[in-house]
Design a binder for this molecule. Structure first.
Ligand SMILES: NC(=O)c1ccc[n+]([C@@H]2O[C@H](COP(=O)([O-])OP(=O)(O)OC[C@H]3O[C@@H](n4cnc5c(N)ncnc54)[C@H](O)[C@@H]3O)[C@@H](O)[C@H]2O)c1
Length: 267
């Protein structure tokens, strides 16, 4: 399904990014694992090579335009082209509303907002110059990692994550403006996960517990209890939808942000 397709994934050393890389590799893609944590990215690249697929690992800091340009150059030097960029790297912080500093705000917005923009921009520079894999198809696809947190501002955690929520709303907005600007050569879509069992949620649970004097695990239990599908989300739940967005089955979709959250938020 993804034979001859080259996919670059940022934030691929762990969590959702790792699952996406493994999924697209299992579908036949050549994969570039990009992360600020190069050792982690190398370890996932080894997992993919063990499956008999092609993988490379690159250190990237998505907040640095030189680094995102270097990343895309490495991908094309190694694999000859770049068909899909998954802009997945991100950070979170849970902190009482009145304790959030300008530095906290800027760091979150810089990694999640600017980082997504720079990765997208560097990828699009490559994609707009290349011919499509087959005539009539887009010459590239960009998939951004947003969040249902970017959709609404209510709920117990919302006042402790205004910077994270604003950054993910920015990703949803960027998905729309970039898709309009880059059509019809390049499609741009986003995925909005809900509550995914990764290190990020371990951090959320810890910071939320500290802020509200909860028992460890209590925030996770109360939030996941509200999921209509009756279980926490796995990274694979996200990767399955990204696999579809990487494929030719989604060629006519652009500018969309898709909730993949077990029914937590419906829009
Ligand atoms: N876990 C969730 O519940 C959840 C829900 C909705 C959206 N998301 C989003 O999904 C994405 C992945 O989340 P996750 O849960 O796998 O998180 P994670 O913390 O497990 O992994 C994030 C990865 O991003 C990398 N990274 C951080 N800053 C970077 C930078 N400047 N440059 C390059 N890489 C950098 C980290 O090294 C790490 O490997 C994030 O954008 C997150 O906001 C997660």
């Amino acid at each position: 399904m993804l034979e001859n397709v080259v996919v670059a994934v940022t934030g691929a050393a762990q969590g959702i990014g790792r699952s996406i890389a493994l999924k697209v590799a299992s579908l036949g893609a050549d994969v570039c694992l990009a992360d600020i944590n190069l050792d982690g990215a190398e370890a996932v690249a080894d997992e993919i090579r063990d499956l008999g697929r092609n993988a490379m690992a690159v250190r990237v800091d998505v907040t640095d335009p030189t680094s995102t340009e270097d990343l895309m150059r490495s991908v094309t030097q190694n694999f000859g082209r770049l068909d899909v960029a998954v802009c997945n790297a991100g950070i979170v912080q849970v902190k009482p509303f009145f304790d959030i500093t300008a530095e906290d705000w800027n760091r979150t917005m810089t990694v999640n907002g600017l980082g997504t923009f720079l990765t997208l921009q560097s990828a699009a520079r490559v994609m707009r110059e290349q011919t499509p894999l087959s005539p009539g198809r887009p010459s590239g696809k960009i998939i951004n990692m947003a969040s249902i947190a970017g959709r609404y501002g209510a709920g117990a955690m919302a006042p402790m994550t205004p910077h994270y929520r604003a950054s993910k709303a920015a990703v949803i907005s960027l998905t729309q403006t970039a898709s309009f600007g880059l059509a019809p050569k390049i499609t741009v879509n986003a995925v909005c996960p809900g509550i995914v069992d990764t290190d990020m949620w371990t951090q959320i649970d810890r910071e939320w517990s500290e802020a509200e004097d909860l028992l460890p695990g209590e925030a996770w239990r109360s939030r996941t209890a509200a999921i209509p599908m009756g279980r926490p989300q796995t990274p694979t739940d996200v990767a399955e939808v990204v696999g579809f967005l990487c494929s030719s089955s989604s060629d006519y979709m652009t500018g969309q942000s898709i909730n993949v959250d077990g029914g937590l938020f419906m829009s």
